[in-house]
Write a protein that binds this ligand. Structure first.
Ligand SMILES: [Zn+2]
Ligand SMILES: [Zn+2]
Length: 296
C-alpha cells in the first residue's frame, strides 16, 4: 500500500507562508493498493487529489471513507472534480447517522451555500453507512471502530495481507469510556451510536495493535490540552503513549492544530526524533505533511 497525504490540518484550512511546508489543507489521505483508490476524508486537501486523479488515473471507481461529518472532514467534497464527471462512481462511506449520512454530507451543497445540488451531479454517488464492522474491497480488508469524539466518528484499518494501516482521528485518547457512558462527555455521540457501542480503551488499543503505520490525532500540546478536554482531540504526548502501547511500527501525528506554524512543527518533529533516539525507542515518528508518501 502507498499512503499519500493531501491535507493534514484539523479544524480549518490555514494557507499561507507560515504553513507552506507542512501544508494548510484539512484532512485528506489517499491509500493506493494495486488499482484500488481509497480516500480517507474529504477535507480541503481532496480538491488537489481530484485534479491529480483526473490527470493521472484511469480507474473511475473511488472509495471514500469519511471519519465523521464535522466540517473540516467534508468541506472539500463540493470541489472534488470527479463528482462532476459522469465516468466516476464514488462510494461514500461514513459512520451511521441513523440514515442521515447523505443529508449531513450534502447539506453543505444546499442552494444557500453552493450552486450545484448533490442530486444534479454527473457522477454516480452511493452513500454507505457503517457501524463497527469488517468487510473487503478487492483484496483489502477494512475494519472500523467508533472513537471518542463529540459526534459519531469512525477509525479505520486497512490490511492487504502484508501490512496494516490504522487511522485514528478525530480521537481523544484521554477521555475514558466511563466518562462517556456516565454522560459527562460526548452526549451527542452516545445518542447516535448507543451505549452498547462505545468501545473500551483496550478495544481501541487492540484495533491499532501492531500497525505498520498508525495515523493518529495529535492536535494539542500537553499545555493546550488542559483547557481543551472534551473537544475530541488528543495531545501529542498522549497520542505517542497510545502508539507505543499499541506497538505501532511507524506513527504519523495528524490533525495538526491550525495555529501551529512550520517552525513549531519542525521543532516538535526534531525534538521527538532526538528523544526517541536517546531513549532507544524503535518506533519511527513523523509529523504529517502534505505530499508525504509512505510505502508499506
Ligand atoms: Zn476534525
Ligand atoms: Zn471532529
Amino acid at each position: 500500500m502507498i499512503i499519500k497525504f493531501w491535507g493534514v490540518r484539523g479544524s480549518i484550512p490555514v494557507p499561507g507562508l507560515e504553513t507552506a511546508v507542512y501544508g494548510g489543507n484539512t484532512s485528506c489521505i489517499q491509500i493506493i493498493h494495486n488499482d484500488k483508490i481509497f480516500i480517507i476524508d474529504a477535507g480541503s486537501g481532496i480538491r488537489k487529489l481530484g485534479e491529480f486523479l483526473k490527470s493521472h488515473n484511469q480507474n473511475f471507481d473511488v472509495y471514500l471513507f469519511l471519519t465523521h461529518t464535522h466540517w473540516d472532514h467534508i468541506q472539500g467534497l463540493p470541489f472534488f472534480s470527479p463528482i462532476f464527471d459522469y465516468r466516476y462512481r464514488i462510494f461514500i462511506h461514513g459512520p451511521s447517522m441513523l440514515g442521515k449520512l447523505k443529508n449531513m454530507v450534502s447539506g453543505q451543497m444546499g442552494y444557500i451555500y453552493f450552486p450545484v445540488k448533490v442530486d444534479d451531479l454527473a457522477s454516480y454517488l452511493e452513500f454507505r453507512e457503517l457501524q463497527k464492522e469488517t468487510f473487503t474491497i478487492g483484496d483489502v480488508k477494512i475494519s472500523t471502530i467508533y472513537l471518542y469524539h463529540p459526534t459519531a466518528c469512525l477509525g479505520y484499518s486497512f490490511e492487504d495481507g502484508k501490512s496494516k494501516v490504522v487511522i485514528l482521528f478525530d480521537f481523544e485518547v484521554d477521555i475514558s469510556q466511563n466518562e462517556i457512558l456516565s454522560g459527562d462527555y460526548f452526549v451527542q455521540m452516545l445518542r447516535i451510536i448507543g451505549k452498547e457501542n462505545v468501545p473500551s480503551f483496550e478495544e481501541i488499543l487492540e484495533f491499532a495493535n501492531n500497525a505498520d503505520v498508525l495515523i493518529i490525532d495529535a492536535q494539542y500540546t500537553k499545555e493546550e490540552y488542559k483547557t481543551k478536554k472534551g473537544w475530541g482531540h488528543s495531545s501529542i504526548p498522549s497520542a505517542i503513549n497510545f502508539a507505543l502501547k499499541a506497538k505501532a511500527k511507524r506513527t504519523v501525528l495528524f490533525h495538526l492544530d491550525p495555529g501551529r506554524t512550520d517552525e513549531d512543527m519542525m521543532l516538535i518533529e526534531h525534538y521527538l526524533t532526538n528523544y526517541f533516539r536517546m531513549k532507544n525507542i524503535k518506533m519511527e515518528i513523523y509529523v504529517a505533511r502534505e505530499g508525504l508518501e509512505i510505502k508499506v
